[in-house]
Design a protein around this ligand. Sequence first.
Ligand SMILES: [Zn+2]
Length: 420
Amino acid sequence: MPVLIPIDESGRSLVIKMSSEGSKDQASGSDGSGGGGASKGKVGGSSSDGEQQHSGFNPMETLEQLMRLLRPWQQADEDEEAAAKPEQLLEDVTLEGVVKYMQSNKCKNIIVMTGAGISTSAGIPDFRSPGTGLYDNLEKYNLPEPMAIFDIHYFMERPEPFFYLAKELYPGKFRPTPSHYFIRLLADKKILLRNYTQNIDTLERIAGVPGDLMVEAHGTFHTGHCIGKCGKEYTQQWMKDEIFADRLPKCTECEGLVKPDIVFFGESLPMRFSKLVMEDFPKCDLLIVMGTSLVVHPFASLIERVPVTTPRLLINKEKAGEGIPRLRQLGMDAGGFDFESKDKYRDVAYLGTCDDGCYKLAEMLGWKDDLDKLIKSGHEQIDGQSAASQPSKKPSEGETDQAEPSTKAESPSKAEAASK
Ligand SMILES: [Zn+2]
């Protein structure tokens, strides 16, 4: 491989790397017709191009220029690259192909990566949708900026807004979605290696996904800790009682503030995350990514951590995680998913809601009855509990014996329609 693009790096470091490669090539290939000194690392065919690179910073243009220079070299390596092409494990690079693969004995360690999209049908707002997203609806808290509500430094000074919001959004007021129960089903079938979630709503646990199969990359409300002197651990129930009594949760030992174990801006990800990423991803047989636009790092870059042969399925309303597709058009390693190119061999996208996608998969796998049963019994249990603890709520109203999922939009027929 002549050209390696470090896609996790910023555009700036990309340009620096590429320009040193380019000047080398130019020096040896004597292709520079513009008379610019190779020592200056001039890459383009005219002096204005060269200047553009130095003054700063049009990475795409620079790369395209470079690619033109590197093309002969690349073509010479083509045979070698074809020989080095990773083994294709999917019979077809389609949802059907993924299903067949899941039914084979090659697929025993599935990693599921999830984001806010699997919880929106439970009524939990996502963060960034304009208008309805959380960040657009925080005026009443009088914040310097919306994201301050999750900023650890702001929280230390003024914790009240966070706890008001926590009360409003408290886990336990929502029911897991069919997507959550699908993950549970993978666990029951003993093929879930781990679920890495960006969500803090604990709906996976509520759906019965075992805690040891979960990595809550951005933390969880499941536990909390004193951030004062003593660091004592508190349960979700204890924090909930305090928050719902409109008290700031204060440590019973040292009076310090008790913070749910979610990761605020300015805090590092849990140790468990980095530890298990190293262990899990190299042995992943199938990666399923659901309900995330893959923009928040380091979570987003995890899709690159599986072996090059491992099939990857995205279930999302729109395509995501495609790296830099323009690079792929130029015949380069663009990073990310490749759903489109003629060289695709392992990446499949199902475009639709996560719930539709999970229903579709369950149906194709012959698991639809299993999934329906899980949803029905799970929701009955939750509704029973919340009816006992919150008599004002009427959760069972409208419940049918058909185990209606949490929204009306999840019927399999709709899923079918969405798959084409
Ligand atoms: Zn304490």
